[in-house]
Design a protein around this ligand. Structure first.
Ligand code: SF4
Ligand code: SF4
Length: 401
């Protein structure tokens, strides 16, 4: 495992961090036995940064990590969690949230504390709560050790936030497709020049860069003289940049953990050749031409009060174009109600409840109209109605046997 230094604290952080928002689940809850084994294994292999947040896994993530890292494992890692802007309207709210987080994690100090998902609106809300003095006092009390923020706003807002405080670190969305969106490469370099550690989230854009490989990108990678998996290309492209301290990955499968640890073994900054950089730029252009909606699958917008499975709608819509797949039947099988309640795009009432939660600033209701127009043709609804009735009848028959 490679490590990079956080300038302000001197901590040596593993270049691969463990994201606590995609633990394996069973029956809607974290599969604690499996997730605990995976997490401890990663720590045994040198991962020493664990990131969570107040509401990950509906609030279970912090509690799970607190339990899973008992018996000495917590001492081997730097633990990070975040203050949710959506839930705070006063200093008392912030006090209550911090105390809850310390209790859930079973620690006296949170090593890395972030204001969660800053954009212009959340930043202004925090400023109205005198957040900067609050953070300074919190740090002085010993309840947090390093102060930072995660960011989803625009470049101008990023500069404003960076310049407003003596931050120890920041966390930005950065990957092959987001080199010039949100804080982007500009923000990465701007923060790094000021000695602020830069942590990266969404390095694989919610899995898009690892799993959804357009044919043209596959040919590009296959024909190149250096052989790497798509995930390896995506992660190493980020680690290659000297301003990057650590890359977070939310890992669900054992194999992903093994692979990512292997990729992090030998990657130093500035290792890519001009040719390798050019290859990535070519792949990026192909993705950007094909992708329809920049959804990362983060689930922040869920649940929708009207039952729309927003990330799945966008996922299947994107897959149709990225992978040139005929996803129509699949769309209806998954979202049309055959496996439970219908959750397709045209159920959206445009109530707008999801809008403020999307870190990608996607105009969800209007993009769902695009999804419905494309994926839900007039024949499909009656066909699915018949399909659903057949499935219900079959299930009833099975129950009678
Ligand atoms: S706008 Fe549509 S998708 Fe968003 S919460 Fe309302 S009904 Fe659900
Ligand atoms: S629509 Fe936005 S909030 Fe919802 S999953 Fe996609 S990126 Fe996340």
């Amino acid at each position: 495992m490679q490590y990079r230094k956080v300038e302000k604290s001197g901590d040596r952080i593993s270049i691969l961090g463990y994201g606590g928002m995609r633990f394996p689940t069973k029956g809607g809850l974290i599969d604690e036995e499996k997730a605990r084994t995976q997490l401890r294994h990663a720590i045994d292999q040198g991962v020493n940064y664990i990131d969570t947040a107040y509401f990950y896994h509906g609030g279970q993530s912090e509690t799970f990590i607190g339990k899973a890292l008992k018996d000495g494992y917590m001492d081997k890692v730097h633990i990070a969690t975040k203050m949710p802007p959506w839930l705070v309207n006063s200093t008392l709210d912030m006090d209550r949230i911090i105390e809850t987080q310390l209790n859930r994690l079973q620690v006296e100090t949170i090593d890395y504390y972030l204001l969660h998902a800053l954009n212009r609106e959340n930043w202004e809300k925090f400023l109205s709560l005198d957040i900067l003095n609050y953070l300074t006092a919190l740090k002085a009390s010993g309840k947090i050790r390093n102060v930072g923020f995660s960011f989803h706003g625009d470049r101008e807002n990023f500069v404003e936030v960076i310049d407003a405080y003596d931050w120890d670190f920041c966390q930005i969305q950065y990957n092959i497709l987001d080199e010039n969106t949100q804080a982007g490469r500009f923000g990465l370099e701007y923060a790094a020049e000021k000695g602020i550690a830069v942590f990266i989230m969404e390095p694989l854009r919610g899995g898009t860069l690892a799993q959804k490989l357009p044919k043209q990108v596959k040919i590009l990678y296959d024909d190149f003289h250096i052989k790497r998996t798509p995930a390896e290309w995506a992660l190493k492209w980020i680690w290659n940049q000297p301003g990057v301290t650590m890359v977070l990955s939310g890992m669900t499968e054992d194999q992903h953990i093994e692979d990512n640890i292997a990729y992090a073994k030998d990657m130093l900054p500035n290792q890519f050749s001009t040719e390798e950089n050019a290859l990535i730029q070519e792949a990026k252009n192909i993705y950007l031409n094909l992708q329809r909606v920049p959804c990362t699958g983060c689930q922040y917008c869920m649940p929708c009060p009207f039952g729309v499975d927003i990330p799945r709608c966008f996922d299947l819509y994107n897959s149709k174009y990225l992978l040139n797949q005929k996803t129509g039947t699949f769309y209806w099988m998954q979202l049309g109600g055959m496996n439970g309640k219908p959750s397709h795009a045209s159920l959206c009432t445009k109530c707008g409840a999801c809008l403020e939660h999307c870190p990608q600033s996607i105009d969800i209701p209007s993009r769902l109209v695009d999804v419905a127009d494309d994926m839900e043709n007039f024949l499909m609804k009656p066909t699915m109605k018949i399909g659903n009735s057949v499935v219900k009848f079959y299930n009833k028959l099975k129950a009678l046997k």
